[in-house]
Write a protein that binds this ligand. Structure first.
Ligand code: HEC
Length: 350
């Protein structure tokens, strides 16, 4: 299955409905499974700085042009790929163990303990009921203790699986709730299960194949034909706290405005360096003259204009840009002020 942005978006739209009917795991900002009932979670997953050589089978796109659906044209700038793992499966056994298996590369990517993920950047503030930004990638929670690198650590008859040929993901089934992943590398097929261990910073691996030759795991002495079972131990590679919310703005300042500019996703549509994006650059906007659709006279981007542009973007449309594209933002007064101070500080640096 291809996991597209549309799937993510429709999940987002459906979530509040599901939530109303029955508490749904998809609407937990910090979902957790347990040893008895592991949680299998298919979503964007965070990348804790993996070796790019791991993503051999992924299509790593070159720079893509930005397309503006409102005007039906490419615009200046380029699309930055999301800094996450797109077709991963995250599995969580509560605080005991979490890991990400990648269905494109067909390999275990990384393993951690002490938590799972934090979806706040995506589901947003549950009290307010809307998302915080256009950031789809959840944050890691817990202690990372193993991550893969280079060629596949699994070997068959002394050869890394990477050398056996292209991977094909065949799916997974559950054995007492534990997912067993099946895949092919070249002609050989494998199944892989990862379970919690009683030793800290470790997990239990069960790997099977019907192909001849000994199975091995690089960096360990583990070796067996048919079924290889061993404890994979790691070391602490990093501690992650999940999403750290921005402090509530209580006093308007340009600095607070800069934070809100990112938090509310303004940066997804507006550059500050003069380059055109979905919307005009806000870098040198304050107090300059702006051409407005349907108006003969340019108008000055003063405080009142900036406020109106954020509160009611459709009141005046900047020439060359589509109407109904920027969403109206209903914020607290102090937040409007902070954003305006920030935009003004860009045009008039001290
Ligand atoms: C989905 C894209 C999008 C997002 C998100 C967005 N904007 Fe916009 N914005 C636009 C577009 C397109 C225009 C130009 C059309 C118009 O005037 O409404 C615009 C216009 C503006 C203008 C007037 C610019 C000018 O040159 O006169 C300001 C100021 C502005 N936006 C501020 C913000 C702020 C602050 C945020 C975040 C709170 C934000 N925008 C979020 C798309 C966006």
């Amino acid at each position: 299955m291809k996991f597209s942005l549309n799937t993510v978006l429709s999940l987002f739209i459906l979530a509040p409905l599901l939530h109303a009917v029955t508490p749904s795991v998809t609407y937990e900002n910090r979902p957790l499974g347990s040893i008895e009932r592991p949680l299998v979670f298919r979503s964007y997953l965070p990348d804790p700085g993996l070796d790019p050589a791991v993503f051999r089978q992924h299509y790593l796109s070159s720079k893509a042009l930005k397309y503006n659906p409102g005007i039906g044209q490419d615009v200046a700038g380029e699309i930055k790929p999301l800094a996450g793992i797109v077709a991963g499966v995250g599995v969580n056994f509560g605080p005991a163990l979490s890991y990400v298996f990648d269905t494109t590369e067909c390999r275990l990517l990384y393993v951690w303990q002490g938590g799972f993920v934090d979806m706040t950047p995506y589901w947003g503030d549950q009290e307010k009921g809307y998302r915080l930004s256009f950031d789809y990638v959840p944050r890691l929670v817990g202690t990372l203790f193993w991550k893969t690198e280079g060629d596949d650590p699994i070997s068959l008859a002394g050869k890394s699986l990477t050398a056996l040929g292209p991977r094909e993901y065949l799916g997974y089934h559950l054995e007492k709730g534990v997912p067993i992943f099946k895949y092919r590398a070249g002609e050989a097929s494998f199944s892989l299960a990862i379970r919690p261990s009683t030793t800290p910073l470790a997990c239990e691996i069960t790997l099977t194949t019907s192909s001849p030759g000994a199975l091995g795991w690089r960096g360990t002495s583990a070796s067996a034909t048919g079924t290889l079972q061993f404890k994979l131990t790691g070391t602490e590679l990093g501690k992650y706290q999940g999403y750290i919310p921005m402090a509530k703005v209580t006093k308007a300042s340009a600095d607070a405005g800069a934070g809100l500019f990112n938090q509310y996703g303004c940066a997804a549509c507006h550059s500050i360096d003069g380059s055109k994006s979905h919307g005009p650059s806000l870098g040198k906007l304050a107090d300059t003259k702006i051409e407005i659709e349907g108006s003969a006279q340019p108008i000055v981007a003063d405080h009142a204009y900036l406020l109106e542009s954020i509160k009611a973007p459709n009141a005046k449309i900047v020439k060359g840009y589509p109407p109904n594209y920027m969403p109206p933002f209903t914020l607290r007064e102090v937040e409007y002020e902070a954003l305006i101070l920030y935009i003004q500080s860009l045009a008039n640096p001290e």
